[in-house]
Design a protein around this ligand. Structure first.
Ligand code: ADP
Length: 398
Protein backbone atom coordinates (compact mmCIF):
# COMPACT_ATOMS: atom_id res chain seq x y z
CA UNK A 1 0.00 0.00 0.00
CA UNK A 2 1.11 3.59 -0.67
CA UNK A 3 0.70 6.00 2.26
CA UNK A 4 0.65 9.76 1.73
CA UNK A 5 2.17 11.62 4.68
CA UNK A 6 1.05 15.22 5.18
CA UNK A 7 2.67 17.81 7.43
CA UNK A 8 0.57 20.95 7.11
CA UNK A 9 1.75 24.33 8.38
CA UNK A 10 -0.16 27.57 8.24
CA UNK A 11 1.19 28.59 4.82
CA UNK A 12 3.07 25.48 3.71
CA UNK A 13 2.43 21.78 3.30
CA UNK A 14 5.07 19.04 3.10
CA UNK A 15 4.24 15.63 1.69
CA UNK A 16 5.79 12.25 1.06
CA UNK A 17 4.29 9.29 -0.74
CA UNK A 18 5.75 6.10 0.70
CA UNK A 19 5.43 2.58 -0.69
CA UNK A 20 4.97 0.55 2.49
CA UNK A 21 6.05 -2.72 0.90
CA UNK A 22 9.68 -1.58 0.86
CA UNK A 23 9.32 1.77 2.70
CA UNK A 24 10.69 3.62 -0.34
CA UNK A 25 9.81 7.28 -0.79
CA UNK A 26 8.12 7.35 -4.22
CA UNK A 27 7.77 11.12 -4.27
CA UNK A 28 8.00 14.08 -1.95
CA UNK A 29 7.52 17.78 -2.06
CA UNK A 30 6.51 21.07 -0.57
CA UNK A 31 3.68 23.49 -1.31
CA UNK A 32 4.69 26.98 -0.20
CA UNK A 33 3.05 30.36 0.27
CA UNK A 34 -0.46 28.96 0.54
CA UNK A 35 -2.89 31.88 0.60
CA UNK A 36 -0.07 34.32 -0.25
CA UNK A 37 0.90 35.51 -3.75
CA UNK A 38 3.58 33.59 -5.70
CA UNK A 39 2.58 30.24 -4.24
CA UNK A 40 4.38 27.25 -5.68
CA UNK A 41 4.84 23.52 -5.46
CA UNK A 42 8.22 21.81 -5.50
CA UNK A 43 7.72 18.17 -6.39
CA UNK A 44 10.35 15.46 -6.54
CA UNK A 45 9.62 12.00 -7.91
CA UNK A 46 11.63 9.19 -6.20
CA UNK A 47 14.97 9.36 -7.97
CA UNK A 48 14.03 12.06 -10.44
CA UNK A 49 14.71 15.74 -10.81
CA UNK A 50 12.85 18.37 -8.78
CA UNK A 51 10.01 20.09 -10.64
CA UNK A 52 8.84 23.59 -9.69
CA UNK A 53 5.20 24.25 -10.43
CA UNK A 54 3.91 27.80 -10.09
CA UNK A 55 0.21 27.87 -9.31
CA UNK A 56 -2.14 29.88 -7.20
CA UNK A 57 -3.18 28.07 -3.98
CA UNK A 58 -5.72 30.21 -2.23
CA UNK A 59 -6.07 27.60 0.53
CA UNK A 60 -4.93 24.14 1.68
CA UNK A 61 -7.55 22.44 -0.50
CA UNK A 62 -5.99 24.01 -3.62
CA UNK A 63 -2.57 22.89 -2.43
CA UNK A 64 -3.70 19.27 -1.89
CA UNK A 65 -5.34 19.26 -5.33
CA UNK A 66 -2.01 20.37 -6.83
CA UNK A 67 -0.14 17.68 -4.87
CA UNK A 68 -2.48 15.00 -6.26
CA UNK A 69 -2.17 16.46 -9.78
CA UNK A 70 1.62 16.30 -9.47
CA UNK A 71 1.51 12.72 -8.16
CA UNK A 72 -0.58 11.54 -11.14
CA UNK A 73 0.99 13.81 -13.80
CA UNK A 74 1.93 11.71 -16.88
CA UNK A 75 5.34 13.38 -17.13
CA UNK A 76 6.66 13.61 -13.56
CA UNK A 77 3.94 11.76 -11.63
CA UNK A 78 4.50 8.43 -9.88
CA UNK A 79 1.03 6.83 -9.73
CA UNK A 80 -1.70 6.51 -12.34
CA UNK A 81 -4.61 7.69 -10.21
CA UNK A 82 -5.70 8.64 -6.71
CA UNK A 83 -6.91 5.11 -5.90
CA UNK A 84 -3.23 4.14 -5.55
CA UNK A 85 -3.08 6.16 -2.33
CA UNK A 86 -4.26 3.66 0.27
CA UNK A 87 -4.27 5.98 3.27
CA UNK A 88 -3.16 9.41 4.44
CA UNK A 89 -1.15 9.99 7.63
CA UNK A 90 -1.34 13.50 9.10
CA UNK A 91 1.16 15.00 11.50
CA UNK A 92 -0.79 16.70 14.29
CA UNK A 93 1.21 18.66 16.85
CA UNK A 94 -1.00 18.52 19.94
CA UNK A 95 -3.07 15.53 21.02
CA UNK A 96 -3.46 16.78 24.61
CA UNK A 97 -4.27 14.08 27.15
CA UNK A 98 -6.83 12.49 24.87
CA UNK A 99 -4.35 10.75 22.56
CA UNK A 100 -1.65 8.44 23.80
CA UNK A 101 -1.56 6.79 20.38
CA UNK A 102 -2.25 7.62 16.76
CA UNK A 103 -5.93 7.56 15.77
CA UNK A 104 -8.03 6.90 12.69
CA UNK A 105 -9.68 10.24 11.92
CA UNK A 106 -13.45 10.31 12.43
CA UNK A 107 -15.80 13.02 13.67
CA UNK A 108 -14.95 12.41 17.33
CA UNK A 109 -11.21 12.57 16.67
CA UNK A 110 -11.65 15.80 14.66
CA UNK A 111 -13.52 17.35 17.57
CA UNK A 112 -10.78 16.34 20.00
CA UNK A 113 -8.08 17.85 17.76
CA UNK A 114 -10.15 21.03 17.54
CA UNK A 115 -10.49 21.10 21.32
CA UNK A 116 -6.68 21.14 21.55
CA UNK A 117 -6.34 24.31 19.46
CA UNK A 118 -6.18 26.22 22.74
CA UNK A 119 -3.02 24.31 23.71
CA UNK A 120 -1.30 24.71 20.31
CA UNK A 121 -2.78 27.83 18.70
CA UNK A 122 0.06 28.10 16.16
CA UNK A 123 0.04 24.48 15.02
CA UNK A 124 -3.23 22.58 15.42
CA UNK A 125 -5.31 24.97 13.24
CA UNK A 126 -2.91 24.39 10.32
CA UNK A 127 -2.98 20.63 10.89
CA UNK A 128 -6.79 20.76 10.89
CA UNK A 129 -6.78 22.68 7.59
CA UNK A 130 -4.58 19.96 6.09
CA UNK A 131 -6.94 17.19 7.25
CA UNK A 132 -10.06 19.00 6.04
CA UNK A 133 -8.47 19.68 2.64
CA UNK A 134 -7.52 16.01 2.20
CA UNK A 135 -11.00 14.87 3.24
CA UNK A 136 -12.48 17.16 0.59
CA UNK A 137 -10.15 16.03 -2.19
CA UNK A 138 -9.96 12.33 -1.17
CA UNK A 139 -13.29 11.63 0.53
CA UNK A 140 -13.03 7.83 0.45
CA UNK A 141 -9.44 7.48 1.65
CA UNK A 142 -8.82 6.50 5.30
CA UNK A 143 -6.89 9.09 7.30
CA UNK A 144 -4.86 8.79 10.47
CA UNK A 145 -3.65 11.48 12.88
CA UNK A 146 -0.18 10.98 14.39
CA UNK A 147 0.47 13.30 17.34
CA UNK A 148 3.79 14.85 18.42
CA UNK A 149 2.65 14.59 22.02
CA UNK A 150 1.30 11.01 22.01
CA UNK A 151 4.54 9.14 22.76
CA UNK A 152 5.03 11.21 25.94
CA UNK A 153 1.59 10.43 27.36
CA UNK A 154 3.22 7.50 29.19
CA UNK A 155 5.06 9.93 31.50
CA UNK A 156 4.18 9.38 35.16
CA UNK A 157 2.39 12.16 37.02
CA UNK A 158 5.54 13.05 38.98
CA UNK A 159 7.29 13.83 35.66
CA UNK A 160 4.53 15.76 33.95
CA UNK A 161 3.14 17.84 36.81
CA UNK A 162 4.38 21.36 37.49
CA UNK A 163 4.44 22.56 41.07
CA UNK A 164 1.51 24.93 40.61
CA UNK A 165 -1.84 24.40 42.33
CA UNK A 166 -3.20 21.03 41.23
CA UNK A 167 -6.45 22.72 40.22
CA UNK A 168 -4.60 24.47 37.34
CA UNK A 169 -3.82 21.06 35.95
CA UNK A 170 -7.41 19.89 36.44
CA UNK A 171 -9.10 23.07 35.23
CA UNK A 172 -6.76 24.32 32.51
CA UNK A 173 -4.59 21.34 31.53
CA UNK A 174 -1.40 23.05 32.77
CA UNK A 175 1.19 20.24 32.67
CA UNK A 176 4.17 18.97 30.67
CA UNK A 177 3.07 17.44 27.36
CA UNK A 178 6.36 17.14 25.48
CA UNK A 179 6.85 17.23 21.71
CA UNK A 180 8.89 15.51 18.94
CA UNK A 181 7.33 12.24 20.18
CA UNK A 182 7.30 10.68 16.70
CA UNK A 183 11.04 11.26 16.40
CA UNK A 184 11.88 10.06 19.93
CA UNK A 185 9.86 6.89 19.28
CA UNK A 186 11.44 6.28 15.86
CA UNK A 187 15.07 6.65 16.99
CA UNK A 188 14.60 4.75 20.27
CA UNK A 189 13.10 1.77 18.39
CA UNK A 190 15.94 1.93 15.87
CA UNK A 191 18.54 2.10 18.66
CA UNK A 192 17.14 -1.10 20.15
CA UNK A 193 17.56 -2.79 16.75
CA UNK A 194 21.17 -1.57 16.55
CA UNK A 195 21.77 -2.98 20.04
CA UNK A 196 20.19 -6.26 18.96
CA UNK A 197 17.88 -6.04 21.97
CA UNK A 198 14.20 -5.55 22.63
CA UNK A 199 13.23 -1.93 23.28
CA UNK A 200 11.23 -3.27 26.20
CA UNK A 201 14.48 -4.09 28.01
CA UNK A 202 16.38 -0.84 27.47
CA UNK A 203 16.93 2.56 29.07
CA UNK A 204 17.54 5.03 26.25
CA UNK A 205 18.16 8.79 26.24
CA UNK A 206 17.17 10.31 22.89
CA UNK A 207 18.57 13.76 22.05
CA UNK A 208 16.58 15.38 19.22
CA UNK A 209 18.72 18.44 18.52
CA UNK A 210 17.45 20.58 15.65
CA UNK A 211 15.99 24.05 15.24
CA UNK A 212 13.74 22.93 18.07
CA UNK A 213 15.47 20.59 20.50
CA UNK A 214 14.22 18.12 23.08
CA UNK A 215 15.56 15.19 25.04
CA UNK A 216 13.57 12.19 26.23
CA UNK A 217 14.10 9.39 28.74
CA UNK A 218 12.73 6.21 27.17
CA UNK A 219 12.48 3.31 29.60
CA UNK A 220 11.26 -0.10 28.43
CA UNK A 221 9.95 1.48 25.22
CA UNK A 222 7.99 4.22 26.97
CA UNK A 223 8.74 7.91 27.39
CA UNK A 224 9.09 8.56 31.12
CA UNK A 225 10.29 12.17 30.91
CA UNK A 226 11.07 14.83 28.33
CA UNK A 227 12.49 18.33 28.30
CA UNK A 228 9.82 20.25 26.38
CA UNK A 229 6.80 21.13 28.45
CA UNK A 230 3.43 22.80 28.21
CA UNK A 231 4.74 24.35 24.99
CA UNK A 232 7.89 23.72 22.92
CA UNK A 233 9.56 26.70 24.65
CA UNK A 234 10.75 24.74 27.70
CA UNK A 235 13.89 22.67 28.11
CA UNK A 236 17.11 23.14 26.16
CA UNK A 237 18.05 26.50 24.67
CA UNK A 238 17.30 26.27 20.93
CA UNK A 239 18.01 28.19 17.72
CA UNK A 240 15.88 31.17 18.80
CA UNK A 241 13.99 29.82 21.87
CA UNK A 242 15.27 30.41 25.39
CA UNK A 243 14.47 27.02 26.92
CA UNK A 244 14.37 26.97 30.74
CA UNK A 245 14.37 30.39 32.40
CA UNK A 246 13.12 31.65 35.73
CA UNK A 247 9.48 32.66 35.02
CA UNK A 248 10.04 35.84 37.05
CA UNK A 249 12.17 37.08 34.12
CA UNK A 250 8.99 37.52 32.08
CA UNK A 251 7.44 40.29 34.13
CA UNK A 252 10.87 41.78 34.91
CA UNK A 253 11.68 42.13 31.20
CA UNK A 254 8.16 43.33 30.42
CA UNK A 255 8.66 46.20 32.85
CA UNK A 256 12.23 47.03 31.78
CA UNK A 257 11.43 46.98 28.07
CA UNK A 258 7.96 48.43 28.46
CA UNK A 259 6.33 45.57 26.56
CA UNK A 260 3.55 43.11 27.41
CA UNK A 261 4.06 39.62 28.82
CA UNK A 262 2.86 38.21 25.48
CA UNK A 263 5.54 40.27 23.73
CA UNK A 264 8.18 38.91 26.10
CA UNK A 265 7.07 35.36 25.26
CA UNK A 266 7.40 36.18 21.58
CA UNK A 267 10.91 37.53 22.26
CA UNK A 268 11.81 34.39 24.21
CA UNK A 269 10.55 32.30 21.27
CA UNK A 270 12.08 34.22 18.38
CA UNK A 271 15.05 36.30 19.52
CA UNK A 272 16.61 34.19 22.24
CA UNK A 273 18.36 30.80 22.36
CA UNK A 274 21.77 30.51 20.71
CA UNK A 275 20.90 33.43 18.43
CA UNK A 276 20.31 35.61 21.47
CA UNK A 277 23.51 34.54 23.23
CA UNK A 278 25.79 34.72 20.19
CA UNK A 279 24.21 37.71 18.48
CA UNK A 280 25.24 35.95 15.26
CA UNK A 281 22.90 33.20 14.12
CA UNK A 282 20.49 30.47 15.15
CA UNK A 283 22.27 28.06 12.81
CA UNK A 284 24.90 25.88 14.45
CA UNK A 285 26.99 25.81 11.24
CA UNK A 286 27.42 29.59 11.52
CA UNK A 287 28.21 29.34 15.22
CA UNK A 288 30.86 26.67 14.73
CA UNK A 289 32.49 28.70 11.96
CA UNK A 290 32.47 31.86 14.09
CA UNK A 291 33.91 29.95 17.05
CA UNK A 292 36.75 28.68 14.84
CA UNK A 293 37.42 32.29 13.87
CA UNK A 294 37.74 33.17 17.54
CA UNK A 295 34.29 34.62 18.27
CA UNK A 296 33.81 34.28 22.03
CA UNK A 297 30.02 34.64 22.11
CA UNK A 298 29.58 31.96 19.44
CA UNK A 299 31.70 29.64 21.60
CA UNK A 300 29.63 30.63 24.63
CA UNK A 301 26.37 29.80 22.83
CA UNK A 302 27.73 26.36 21.89
CA UNK A 303 28.92 25.85 25.49
CA UNK A 304 25.58 26.80 27.03
CA UNK A 305 23.69 24.51 24.65
CA UNK A 306 26.00 21.50 25.07
CA UNK A 307 26.18 21.97 28.85
CA UNK A 308 22.40 21.75 29.02
CA UNK A 309 22.37 18.61 26.85
CA UNK A 310 24.89 17.11 29.29
CA UNK A 311 22.75 18.05 32.30
CA UNK A 312 19.69 16.37 30.80
CA UNK A 313 21.70 13.21 30.09
CA UNK A 314 22.74 13.15 33.75
CA UNK A 315 19.23 13.87 34.97
CA UNK A 316 17.61 11.21 32.81
CA UNK A 317 20.22 8.59 33.72
CA UNK A 318 19.19 9.30 37.33
CA UNK A 319 15.47 9.25 36.48
CA UNK A 320 15.78 5.80 34.88
CA UNK A 321 18.33 4.46 37.43
CA UNK A 322 20.77 3.93 34.57
CA UNK A 323 21.18 4.26 30.85
CA UNK A 324 22.05 1.68 28.16
CA UNK A 325 22.35 3.98 25.20
CA UNK A 326 22.24 7.57 24.05
CA UNK A 327 20.99 8.65 20.63
CA UNK A 328 21.80 11.88 18.82
CA UNK A 329 19.39 12.88 16.06
CA UNK A 330 17.98 15.80 13.98
CA UNK A 331 19.98 18.55 12.22
CA UNK A 332 22.51 19.22 15.00
CA UNK A 333 22.48 15.76 16.58
CA UNK A 334 23.13 14.09 13.23
CA UNK A 335 25.64 16.60 11.87
CA UNK A 336 27.63 18.18 14.68
CA UNK A 337 30.50 16.08 16.10
CA UNK A 338 31.44 19.16 18.12
CA UNK A 339 28.16 19.37 20.05
CA UNK A 340 28.16 15.58 20.62
CA UNK A 341 31.71 15.75 21.90
CA UNK A 342 31.04 18.72 24.23
CA UNK A 343 27.84 17.09 25.54
CA UNK A 344 29.47 13.73 26.34
CA UNK A 345 32.75 15.12 27.71
CA UNK A 346 33.32 14.22 31.34
CA UNK A 347 30.55 11.63 31.46
CA UNK A 348 32.96 8.68 31.75
CA UNK A 349 31.78 8.30 35.37
CA UNK A 350 28.38 7.27 33.91
CA UNK A 351 30.04 4.76 31.59
CA UNK A 352 29.82 7.04 28.54
CA UNK A 353 32.99 7.08 26.40
CA UNK A 354 32.94 8.70 22.99
CA UNK A 355 35.28 7.47 20.25
CA UNK A 356 36.33 10.84 18.81
CA UNK A 357 37.45 9.38 15.46
CA UNK A 358 34.11 7.62 14.95
CA UNK A 359 32.31 10.74 16.13
CA UNK A 360 34.05 12.79 13.42
CA UNK A 361 33.17 10.17 10.78
CA UNK A 362 29.46 10.09 11.51
CA UNK A 363 28.09 13.18 9.88
CA UNK A 364 24.53 12.65 8.68
CA UNK A 365 24.84 8.90 8.79
CA UNK A 366 23.83 6.19 11.19
CA UNK A 367 26.32 4.45 13.41
CA UNK A 368 27.88 3.90 16.82
CA UNK A 369 30.23 6.62 18.05
CA UNK A 370 31.17 5.19 21.46
CA UNK A 371 34.36 3.23 22.15
CA UNK A 372 34.16 -0.56 22.13
CA UNK A 373 34.59 -0.61 25.94
CA UNK A 374 32.01 2.11 26.62
CA UNK A 375 29.37 0.69 28.97
CA UNK A 376 26.79 3.02 27.45
CA UNK A 377 26.45 2.87 23.66
CA UNK A 378 26.21 6.19 21.85
CA UNK A 379 24.59 6.30 18.41
CA UNK A 380 23.92 8.80 15.65
CA UNK A 381 20.56 7.88 14.10
CA UNK A 382 18.99 10.06 11.41
CA UNK A 383 15.38 10.60 12.36
CA UNK A 384 12.56 9.88 9.94
CA UNK A 385 9.29 11.26 11.26
CA UNK A 386 7.53 10.78 7.90
CA UNK A 387 8.32 7.08 7.85
CA UNK A 388 7.15 6.69 11.45
CA UNK A 389 3.87 8.47 10.55
CA UNK A 390 3.46 6.17 7.52
CA UNK A 391 4.13 3.06 9.64
CA UNK A 392 1.58 4.08 12.28
CA UNK A 393 -0.93 4.92 9.53
CA UNK A 394 -0.48 1.53 7.86
CA UNK A 395 -0.83 -0.28 11.20
CA UNK A 396 -4.11 1.47 11.99
CA UNK A 397 -5.76 1.08 8.60
CA UNK A 398 -4.71 -2.52 7.93
P1 ADP B 1 13.93 21.44 12.16
O1 ADP B 1 13.46 20.15 11.49
O2 ADP B 1 13.58 21.56 13.59
O3 ADP B 1 13.68 22.68 11.36
P2 ADP B 1 16.55 20.33 11.73
O4 ADP B 1 16.43 19.07 12.48
O5 ADP B 1 16.59 20.26 10.24
O6 ADP B 1 15.49 21.39 12.21
O7 ADP B 1 17.87 21.06 12.23
C1 ADP B 1 18.25 22.28 11.68
C2 ADP B 1 19.53 22.75 12.35
O8 ADP B 1 20.56 21.75 12.23
C3 ADP B 1 20.12 23.96 11.66
O9 ADP B 1 19.60 25.12 12.18
C4 ADP B 1 21.57 23.84 11.97
O10 ADP B 1 21.82 24.58 13.15
C5 ADP B 1 21.82 22.38 12.29
N1 ADP B 1 22.76 21.77 11.34
C6 ADP B 1 22.52 21.27 10.12
N2 ADP B 1 23.65 20.82 9.55
C7 ADP B 1 24.65 21.04 10.43
C8 ADP B 1 26.06 20.81 10.43
N3 ADP B 1 26.69 20.25 9.41
N4 ADP B 1 26.75 21.17 11.54
C9 ADP B 1 26.14 21.74 12.59
N5 ADP B 1 24.84 21.99 12.64
C10 ADP B 1 24.09 21.65 11.59
Amino acid sequence: MNVLVINAGSSSLKYQLINMENEDVIAKGLAERIGIEDSMLTHQPGNGEKVEIMAEFKDHTDAIKMVIDALINPEYGVISDMSEIGAVGHRVVHGGEKFSESAVINEEVMQAIEANVELAPLHNPANIMGIKACKKVMPGTPMVAVFDTAFHQSMPEKAFLYAVPYSDYEDYGVRRYGFHGTSHKFVSRRAAKLMDASYQDLKIITCHLGNGSSIAAVKNGKSVDTSMGFTPLEGLPMGTRCGNVDPAIITYLAEKKNITAAEVINYLNKESGVLGISGISSDFRDLEKAKDEGNKRAKLALDVFSYDVKKYIGAYAAAMSGVDCIVFTAGIGENSPLVRSYACAGLEFLGIKLDEAKNEQHIGKEGEISTSDSKVKVFVIPTNEELMIARETLELVS
